[in-house]
Design a protein around this ligand. Structure first.
Ligand SMILES: [Zn+2]
Length: 154
């Protein structure tokens, strides 16, 4: 959970940093009256104008664009990886195997439920489920949930 959240935060931070760098470079060009449509002038502007980040450090705007694009790619790939993981988890935790016990004869059998189904039946407060026929004695009972096996604990 923590790993997933930090991946998301890093993804968002990288994406915003990358966008910010590109916006800074573009607004520098715009402030100097360079048209983005005039590609050769724009390209020359990026290669010849320097960007000061303070502490005496400065570099050409083109590097700001390149760094920005790389950072965005990194951020987006982190965000995409996070979505993938969540889908995986959903698939695994959706179905759970419940061990049911007949209240008449005590026979136990297994049935597959989805988590939302169990929650709507009031599990884990209510451990008895809707009426169904016992496969052993054939009586209609409200079987008791003895055990639920799922990767995620209830
Ligand atoms: Zn039974």
């Amino acid at each position: 959970m923590i790993a997933r959240n930090s991946t998301r935060i890093f993804g968002l931070v990288f994406t915003s940093l990358g966008l910010a760098s590109i916006i800074v470079a573009l607004s520098n060009a715009w402030a100097s009256g360079v048209s983005f449509l005039d590609l050769s002038t724009f390209n020359e502007f990026l290669w010849t104008n320097r960007f000061h980040i303070g502490f005496g450090i400065e570099f050409e705007l083109i590097y700001l664009i390149i760094a920005g694009a790389v950072t965005i790619l990194l951020g987006v790939s982190l965000l995409a990886r996070r979505t993938e993981r969540i889908e995986e988890v959903t698939v695994i935790t959706d179905d759970v195997t419940a061990t049911l016990e007949c209240t008449v004869c005590g026979y136990r059998w297994k049935e597959i439920f989805s988590e939302t189904q169990l929650e709507s039946m009031g599990f884990p407060r209510n451990r008895k489920i809707s009426r169904r026929k016992c496969p052993a004695c054939g009586r209609f009972t409200r079987p008791k949930i003895m055990e639920v096996r799922a990767p995620r604990a209830f």
